[in-house]
Write a protein that binds this ligand. Sequence first.
Ligand SMILES: Nc1ncnc2c1ncn2[C@@H]1O[C@H](COP(=O)(O)OP(=O)(O)OP(=O)(O)O)[C@@H](O)[C@H]1O
Ligand SMILES: [Mg+2]
Length: 217
Amino acid sequence: MLKARQLKKKYNNLEVLKGIDLEILEKEIVSIVGASGAGKSTLLHILGTLDKADSGEIEIKGTNVQLLNQKKLAAFRNEEIGFIFQFHNLLPEFTALENVCIPAFIKGDGNAQKKASKLLSTLGLSDRAEHKPSELSGGEQQRVSVARALINEPSIVFADEPSGNLDSQSAEELHKLFFDLRNELGQTFVIVTHNMELASMADRTLEIKDGVINRDQ
Ligand SMILES: Nc1ncnc2c1ncn2[C@@H]1O[C@H](COP(=O)(O)OP(=O)(O)OP(=O)(O)O)[C@@H](O)[C@H]1O
Ligand SMILES: [Mg+2]
């Protein structure tokens, strides 16, 4: 599904990633752990093509993403990649349903509304579809952002501390949801987390330390 080779990233004099090699298989759920400042978010953004490495290569579903121009990369990202952030980044002026629809509208999908409604219902949010984010609980907002990440049926979903802001019950429900989605829709998940329970549920855990990945634990 994803191969990365010798990814390096520096911010000024700070070498954050010093040569990351990794391979993620289809339908795998991989967790990424490491100390604060270790470079987890940096790596996730680079793998998800939101940011660029200084050097190294990334191949996603056989496509070498460095070779895509801006426009092709944006389309590739919108179709193949889903993101879930710690702070959900929902647009406050739009309803839950509209927020979920946005990536599908961008793609020009005529069935956006129907798909969004179905996803919201799967996530137990049917009766919240017309609510604005401010009218939803933190766990509900996070589930809306999960629906938004999934609407284009991405091959791979990157999540950066998706449950970091949730109480333990909502966190547990969200984690269970990732596994259900993998089983039902066959998606691949790469999840940065401080939550050791979530990390231990994953198929594999990778630790970033001193700018490289310590082999599987
Ligand atoms: N845009 C930037 N400019 C300069 N330095 C940055 C930038 N983004 C991140 N850094 C630095 O790079 C290092 C890695 O940051 P990153 O956000 O990847 O860490 P992290 O492992 O996700 O940490 P946390 O667990 O606290 O979220 C940190 O020392 C951070 O200060
Ligand atoms: Mg981070």
